[in-house]
Ligand binder design. Structure first.
Ligand code: FA5
Length: 349
């Protein structure tokens, strides 16, 4: 126990074994066997205390020398092995640059973008140009100038996201537009006294319950025509033409009386629910019809706010959803799928 001879034998055996270790795994096993916590050298180092007093310093020194030597030999061998392993990998895993590349799946336009572009084309053919208005609006444009004053109960129709940074005075507060109608005022004030025929696409934001048919962010496509002698018949004709072009000739769309403070008279446009074939489902609230737009003749107060004299000028306006008509065209059972980022849904279109 603890003899110098034994120590030298261990050293010799360790070096022989090290030369025989030719893989990283074998090297690790070697390290464990000789230098590990319970390795041969470590165990010998612990026996120093059991030696005669006079032998202890020399023995301890020799153990340390051998340990250093083995560590050096180990590191050199590790370097050789990793080099050899790299060489083998380079030889066997060579890249064949003549192989065909892996196909990259190209992205494509989101269903909403496709629908919007289709709508631009349809209304473009009817003479409407695209007019952009801001997402962050002044309260005045979103409500007051559209004939919805502070106390008006119709404000409850649109649950509003307010922007923290506010302007001076109540009507100068900022909000995320609840509908695209404020763009009507912007277009009129910019174009007055010219006739107008514009569509205003954009995202709308409402602090409301999310369901199969309602999101808190969704797109609308506003339309505004202002001119001399424009009547309700022009509005109905435009809606009918939209329906024929967007859905095809066989789909039933109906227009029924409704109320909006900024149009008089007002209507709502419904599409026959294709999801249930008219039988009733959660999307159409079991009525067989899905409301896709609000519309009407521009209210005289709104025309005036836009700078037009309602004695001489008249106009119609509409506000279509974009997701809901798309649900009715492409058989989408749940509006939440549009922005749920599920590739199985997105790849369908
Ligand atoms: C309005 O927003 C009016 N500004 C429309 C209008 C414009 C009327 C011009 C008259 C003249 P309404 O809240 O009904 O109305 O919304 C219009 C359309 O937007 C709905 O028919 C629907 O298609 C879509 N829409 C409304 N709320 C949501 C929602 N939470 N999720 C998805 N689509 C919605």
């Amino acid at each position: 126990m603890g003899s110098f001879d034994e120590l030298e034998q261990i050293r010799e055996q360790a070096l022989v074994d090290l030369t025989g270790a030719s893989t990283t795994a074998a090297l690790e096993a070697w390290e464990d066997r000789y230098l590990g916590r319970k390795g041969e050298i470590t165990l010998r180092a612990r026996t120093v205390g059991q030696l005669p007093q006079e032998n202890r310093p020399a023995f301890g020194q020799r153990v340390n020398e051998i340990k250093r030597l083995l560590v050096q030999a180990y590191e050199a061998r590790a370097e050789e092995i990793s080099h050899a392993e790299l060489e083998t990998r380079l030889a066997t895993e060579a890249i064949d640059v003549t192989l065909p590349g892996r196909p990259v799946t190209p992205g494509h336009l989101h269903l909403t973008t496709q629908a919007l572009r289709e709508l631009y084309a349809i209304f473009g053919k009817m003479g409407f140009e695209v007019y952009e208005a801001p997402d962050v609006e002044l309260e005045a444009y979103n409500f007051d100038l559209l004939n919805i004053p502070e106390y008006h109960p119709a404000r409850d129709m649109w649950d509003t996201f307010w922007v923290k940074e506010t302007g001076e005075g109540p009507s100068n507060r900022r909000l995320l537009r609840t509908h695209t109608s404020p763009g009507q005022i912007r277009a009129m004030r910019e174009r007055c006294p010219e006739p107008i025929r514009v569509i205003l696409p954009g995202k709308c934001y409402r602090y409301e319950q999310i369901t199969v048919r309602a999101e808190h962010q969704f797109y609308q496509l506003e339309g505004l025509a202002v001119g001399r002698g424009i009547t309700m018949t022009d509005l109905i004709g435009t809606i009918a033409q939209f329906a024929r072009m967007f859905y095809g000739p066989d789909r039933t769309v109906r227009v029924r009386g409704s109320y909006f403070p900024f149009t008089e008279p007002s209507v709502e446009v419904d599409t026959e629910c294709i999801l249930c074939g008219g039988k009733g489902c959660p999307v159409c609230k079991y009525t067989g019809w899905l409301e896709v737009a609000g519309a009407g003749m521009v209210h005289p107060v709104v025309l005036e706010n836009g700078g037009y004299d309602p004695e001489t000028w008249s106009g119609f306006a509409f506000g279509f959803g974009v997701e809901r008509p798309s649900m009715m065209k492409y058989n989408v059972q749940d509006i939440r799928w549009f922005y749920g980022n599920d590739l199985r849904f997105l790849r369908r279109f």
